[in-house]
Design a protein. Structure first.
Length: 319
């Protein structure tokens, strides 16, 4: 007689293979190191920066030579002269403290390139620069039109002071503080130290950086830009304001665009191929964004207020 298996006897179980779990890999240690080194470089740059040399020696000299007269002292004579002044003053102010952060766009531009083949270089170069310009112009043109309509009530055009600090520089500190924080966060995202919403959207990153470059105008205290802004308001025409501010922004990115183009052409696309490595691309892009983002925050929110007795910041003998 065969023995029946007791109903209470547990049925033999099949071994259950564990559900595979995606390992959460922390950001590489060198990415954290890169962020710290880049942040330190940004702080050091803010300490060493000479606004007198950059604004006057470089900026004014370039503008005077291109225009053929004293850019600050000579009145803007008409619409054509005003638009020319807009582009030239933007170009002359490329490396001022209110624009130097645009250098950080070189890394994202290389990521947004659509091809690394030499025969496709024209599209490779034009496409990312076009996306950068799109984000930039959307902001600068809008601000130019709105600025003309609002006019002298803007803090940026005010000659008043609050606590010894010019109102226009208070606006600069707020605007560049926000822009610097966004740039630094973008850099940390590229390095994998915080969530990167643009990991699969490099073009969107370039458009946003373009918008931030356009936003430089909202805080810019550069004397030649201030002169341009007053001229635009005096015309009373929002279209002139939009056109002038667009040309100002385009002048701002001429050098960085040429730098990007020259590097790609000289290396015959090798730079773009070199940047296709995810780790290398993240390091270059993230380091630039963090360094210049930190510089922007430290310079405009710590050093500039300290000049007017608000807080303290180390100074160099030539400042």
């Amino acid at each position: 007689m065969a023995l029946r298996e007791s109903p209470e006897s547990p049925a033999p179980r099949r071994p259950v293979s564990p559900t595979p779990v995606e390992p959460v890999s922390p950001a590489p240690t060198r990415h954290g190191t890169a962020a710290l080194v880049s942040a330190a470089a940004g702080v050091l740059l803010a300490v060493l920066w000479s606004f007198e040399f950059v604004d006057s020696v470089i900026g004014d000299t370039v503008a005077n030579n291109l225009l053929g007269h004293d850019a600050k002292a000579t009145a803007i004579g008409g619409t054509g002269a005003g638009l020319l002044f807009a582009f030239v003053s933007g170009f002359a102010g490329t490396f001022t403290a209110c624009n130097i952060a645009m250098v950080a766009s070189v890394g994202p531009l290389s990521q947004a390139g659509s091809s690394t083949r030499l025969r496709h270089q024209l599209r490779t170069l034009v496409r990312p620069v076009g996306w950068l310009a799109l984000g930039m112009i959307a902001v600068s043109a809008t601000y130019g039109a709105v600025g003309v309509l609002i006019g002298d009530s803007l803090p940026q055009l005010s000659t008043e002071t609050v606590g010894g600090m010019p109102v226009r520089l208070i606006q600069s500190s707020v605007v560049f503080g926000v822009i610097g924080l966004v740039l630094a966060l973008l850099g940390l995202g590229a390095l994998g130290l915080v969530p990167d919403v643009f990991a699969r959207r490099p073009v969107a990153r370039v458009v946003l950086i373009g918008a931030l470059i356009g936003g430089f105008l909202i805080g810019r205290p550069y004397p030649l830009f201030n002169k341009l802004f007053h001229w635009a308001v005096e015309t009373g025409n929002p279209l002139y304001g939009a056109a002038a501010f667009t040309l100002q922004s385009l002048g701002n990115i001429v050098i960085v665009t040429l730098l990007f183009v020259v590097v790609v052409l000289v290396t015959r696309g090798g730079f773009l191929r070199w940047m296709t490595d995810p780790t290398r691309s993240a390091l270059v892009t993230g380091a630039l964004l963090v360094a210049l983002g930190v510089f922007t925050v430290v310079y405009w929110d710590l050093r500039v207020p300290a000049i007017f007795g608000v807080g303290w910041f180390p100074t160099m003998p030539y400042n």
